[in-house]
Design a protein around this ligand. Structure first.
Ligand code: NAD
Length: 250
């Protein structure tokens, strides 16, 4: 699909990569609408790039339906979805306190929060996107799911790795199920990218994360945008993951 023909929803467009995708889509001539749960970030992206957005939580069914209704009213039928919103709530499965001997497990609250935003969210958005595309026989249409290098099983990320691996499995099967309707589905698995999500990591952890990266640096959001652009534009790409990680293997 030519980017100029794209009417796109970006989830989590208030910060980091989502903000970059909103900016780049608008620059490329696409019509863009986005959502976020952070009102300040939402307002800043709207103001900075002259685009429209709404407060919506991708893990809530009613918010997702409203997001698509508002987006359609603002920019017309949606033929591009970037399932980008995501959160981290890291922790070891169990951890023994050296001094007290107490063993603590990863809380169910952390598990549920990450699965809700990073897996249920993309499912709800994808279902809404596909329902409307199939109903209106809108084609071509394309969706991009943000997975992660962590899907391979990154230390301390039981919840996040499960969500990101699940999202890749669903990318493959959604692509198979939706091909007959002219809907393509791709995923991107970034390595460590310079965004507020990564800036929140302790300095020592960040240093440790970068050390084994062959290219010896964090990736930039614009470098992940290049993968979005490829997936949107290449009509023979579906059901696969583009890995943009500086050569790192976890
Ligand atoms: N930064 C990295 O190194 C990295 C690596 C691999 C994958 N990813 C993935 O890329 C995506 C973007 O990451 P980022 O680093 O730009 O993160 P970020 O934290 O900078 O931005 C995420 C945005 O999503 C919003 N958000 C959070 N929960 C939401 C919800 N329930 N509904 C709607 N919006 C919500 C946040 O408010 C924020 O604006 C995420 O899915 C993340 O898991 C990031």
């Amino acid at each position: 699909m030519d980017l100029k023909d794209s009417s796109a929803i970006v989830t989590g467009g208030g910060s980091g990569m989502g903000r970059c995708f909103v900016e780049q889509l608008a620059k490329a001539g696409a019509r863009v609408f986005f959502c976020d749960v952070n009102p300040e970030a939402l307002a800043a992206t709207c103001l900075d790039f002259g685009v429209q957005g709404t407060l919506a939580d991708v893990s809530k069914e009613e918010d997702v339906a409203r997001l698509f209704d508002e987006a359609e009213a603002a920019i017309g039928p949606i033929n591009t979805l970037v399932n980008n919103a995501g959160i981290l709530r890291d922790g070891l499965l169990v951890k023994k306190d050296r001094s007290t001997g107490e063993v603590r497990g990863l809380s169910k609250a952390k598990w549920d929060a990450v699965l809700a935003v990073n897996l249920t969210g993309p499912f709800l958005c994808m279902r809404e996107f596909a329902t409307r595309a199939v109903q209106t026989e809108l084609r071509p249409a394309v969706a991009v799911n943000m997975s992660s290098i962590s899907r391979a099983g990154n230390y301390g990320q039981s919840n996040y790795a499960a969500a990101k691996a699940g999202l890749v499995a669903d990318t493959v099967l959604w692509a198979k199920e939706l091909a007959r309707y002219g809907v393509r589905v791709g995923a991107i698995a970034p390595g460590f990218i310079a965004t507020p999500m990564v800036a929140g990591m302790p300095a020592a952890a960040l240093e440790q994360a970068i050390a084994p990266v062959p290219l010896k640096r964090l990736g930039q959001p614009e470098e992940i945008w290049q993968a979005i652009r490829f997936i949107v534009e290449c009509e023979y790409f579906t059901g696969r993951v583009v890995e943009v990680d500086g050569g790192l293997r976890l």
